[in-house]
Ligand binder design. Structure first.
Ligand code: HEC
Length: 116
C-alpha cells in the first residue's frame, strides 16, 4: 500500500496544538546561555557602540546598556523586534536584523560589568 501523502487528522491536530505552545514558550525570561561564541557576540555588539557608547557605556542621551539587568535588556529588545515598544524611534527597525539567539547573547553580554 502506498504511503498517504496527506497527514491523518491526528497529525494535523498535533501540529495545531504544537504551534501555540511553541509561541507561548517565547515569553521574555532571563537570558539563557547562548550558543554564540564570546568573540562573535563582541563583534555583534560593536555596532551598538556607535550610538550606545564604547562597551555600551553611553556618553550622551542614548541609554547606557552596560551593567543593566539582563532580563530588562532582553525584554526591551524583544519588544523592539515585535514592534511593541511605544518609545521606539530606531531600535524597532534595528532589531529586525537580529534573531532570538543573537538578542539573548547581546542581553547577556551587555548585562556583564566591563572587566578592568
Ligand atoms: C542608530 C543608533 C543606535 C544603534 C546603532 C543601536 N541603538 Fe539601541 N537604542 C538607540 C536609541 C535611540 C534608543 C532609545 C529607544 C529608541 O528611540 O528606539 C535605544 C534603546 C536601546 C535599548 C533599551 C535600553 C533601555 O534601558 O530601555 C536597548 C536594550 C538597546 N537599545 C540595545 C541595542 C543593541 C543591543 C544594539 C546593537 C545591536 C543597539 N541598541 C544599537 C539607538 C541605537
Amino acid at each position: 500500500m502506498p504511503l498517504p501523502l496527506v497527514p491523518r487528522p491526528a497529525a494535523w491536530l498535533a501540529l495545531a496544538l504544537a504551534v501555540p505552545l511553541a509561541a507561548a514558550a517565547q515569553t521574555p525570561t532571563a537570558p539563557a546561555a547562548s550558543t554564540l561564541k564570546a568573540l562573535d557576540v563582541a563583534v555583534l555588539a560593536g555596532t551598538c557602540a556607535n550610538c550606545h557608547g564604547p562597551q555600551g557605556q553611553s556618553t550622551g542621551g542614548i541609554p547606557t546598556l552596560r551593567g543593566q539587568d539582563g532580563s530588562h535588556l532582553l525584554q526591551r529588545m524583544q519588544a523592539f523586534k515585535a514592534n511593541r515598544a511605544a518609545d521606539a524611534t530606531i531600535m524597532n527597525r534595528l532589531m529586525q536584523g537580529y534573531d532570538d539567539a543573537q538578542i539573548q547573547a547581546l542581553a547577556a553580554w551587555f548585562s556583564q560589568e566591563v572587566q578592568p
